[in-house]
Design a binder for this molecule. Structure first.
Ligand code: ADP
Ligand code: ASP
Ligand code: MG
Length: 439
């Protein structure tokens, strides 16, 4: 069994949905994971925030605007009257559901239910389209098997048992369609795997059913050496190791959800990145193998907060760092980078939700300074073997950029530097020139 995930642009219009058929219909048994049509989740976020702000007039307007878009696409999607009726009823059902929220109190759980509508719509629309073209497929409800635990981590054991039970209901089926992104939480409520989470769904399903491969189909021909939204010239990297891809995804390469490599890596399932607009392109294959040495790619993660703690008590004190880490653990806040000197420790966090409580606790150790709006620039490759010259190349490329922190040696795959957020573009361009010879 294979798992194929198609992202927002790959299902973003009737025309795109039509062209998916040739990619999913063949002898190979598969589970197809779909995102919401592009723009939908952003629109649902806006609707939910209008409802939070008790602006039901605005929410109603936004719902109507999105519904109109769907009614236009559905007319282009289907050729038969009966399918068009089914599609129109489906849209009516989901948009009536959204409208119902404008009439009552609005809570955080309801926001998650709103965000789930995009994937529920796209999968049902595509399933009806396959039906119209005479292709048999089974619509698998992700809410019946995809689950996160009380720490908001995927519950792989639960997912495995429940997806197998769902699949067993259809022993002769070869083509399954399911929703990316959406799941239930430990209370059984509708939840999600965070923005971009459909990649994570695909990798979790791949791990759960031990699929032969997970394919992530998107709008670009694989992982590129730099962020194509920011620098002009980039090239695809044909092979990456799990570790390298995981670092790039975690440190900002938007093509992959930050943690989506981990489940596939755990069960050694190759992940292939492919382009729906150019299906013949080689893309990127991500495996456990060593995929050549040297610097391969750079990525950037924004919105980072740097925290510096200066403390006389650190001098020769064992147990100091543990006490600092415990503060972050208590607030369930992961640390990304860390550097130490004899009298100070600097570290970075991505999630600043508990920052004020964290600062309060850290102030019991010493003087705390905060820098917000920082960016981690992550340089990824295989720096094992001779280990010579890589750091030099990176710092030579960045010689005009002020650097706030450096992390090197944590793994053989990553050199990270922290810069002011406003310097991200300059830093990525400088690395594109210095490391990849692009002007
Ligand atoms: P999907 O909707 O299919 O999930 P995304 O928009 O989430 O697609 O991811 C694909 C986009 O990621 C590309 O269009 C590209 O602009 C962006 N991207 C950022 N960094 C990289 C990178 N290093 N390699 C390839 N794409 C990248
Ligand atoms: N639709 C969701 C989002 O826009 C999930 C995804 O596309 O992966 O974030
Ligand atoms: Mg994505």
């Amino acid at each position: 069994m294979q798992v194929l995930k198609f992202g927002g642009t790959s299902v973003g219009s009737a025309e795109r949905m039509h062209s998916l058929v040739q990619l999913v219909v063949n002898e190979q048994p598969k589970i197809v994971v779909l995102s919401a049509m592009s723009g939908t989740t952003n629109a649902l976020v806006e609707i939910a925030s209008a409802l939070y702000g008790k602006d039901s007039v605005k929410a109603t307007e936004l719902i109507k605007k999105l519904e109109e878009k769907y009614l236009i696409e559905v007319k282009k999607l289907y050729r038969k009257e009966s399918s068009l009726n089914k599609g129109t009823q489906l849209i009516q059902y989901h948009f009536d559901y959204l409208r119902a929220f404008t009439l009552d109190m609005f809570t955080a759980n309801e926001e998650k239910a709103i965000l789930a509508q995009g994937e529920l719509l796209s999968t049902a629309m595509f399933h009806f389209y396959l039906e119209e073209t005479g292709v048999t497929s089974v619509l698998l409800p992700a809410l019946n098997f995809m689950r996160i635990d009380e720490n908001e981590e995927p519950d792989l054991a639960y997912i495995e048992t429940h997806i197998k039970a769902e699949l067993a209901k259809h022993p002769d089926a070869k083509l399954f369609i399911t929703q990316g992104y959406i799941c239930r939480n430990s209370f059984g409520e509708i939840d999600n795997l965070k923005r971009g989470g459909s990649d994570y769904t695909a990798s979790l399903i791949g791990a759960a059913i031990r699929s032969v491969e997970v394919q992530i189909w998107t709008d670009i021909d694989g992982m590129h050496n730099n962020d194509p939204r920011i620098v002009n010239k980039t090239h695809p990297i044909h092979e990456l190791s799990f570790d390298e891809a995981a670092e790039l995804a975690y440190f900002g390469a938007k093509i992959l959800h930050p943690t989506c490599i981990l489940p596939a890596q755990k069960r050694n399932i190759p992940v292939r990145l492919l382009n729906t607009m150019q299906p013949e392109a080689r893309g990127t294959i991500i495996t456990s193998g060593i995929a050549g040495s040297g610097i391969k790619a750079v990525a950037a993660k924004d919105g980072i907060t740097a925290i510096n703690i200066k403390s006389g008590r650190m001098l020769l004190a064992y147990g100091f760092l543990r006490s600092v880490f415990e503060v972050f653990e208590r607030h369930k806040t992961p640390i990304d980078m860390i550097t130490t000197s004899e009298v100070a420790v600097s570290l970075t966090i991505d999630n600043a939700a508990h920052l004020s409580s964290i600062i309060k606790e850290l102030e019991t150790f010493g003087v705390v300074e905060i820098d917000t709006d920082q960016t981690i620039i992550c340089i990824v490759g295989d720096f094992g073997g001779e280990k010579k010259g890589y750091a030099n190349k990176v710092f030579d490329a960045l010689k005009e950029i002020p650097i706030r922190m450096i992390s090197y040696g944590g793994s053989a795959h990553n050199i990270s530097v922290l810069v002011e957020g406003s310097l991200k573009k300059d830093a990525l361009q400088a690395l594109n020139k210095g490391l990849f010879n692009y002007n």
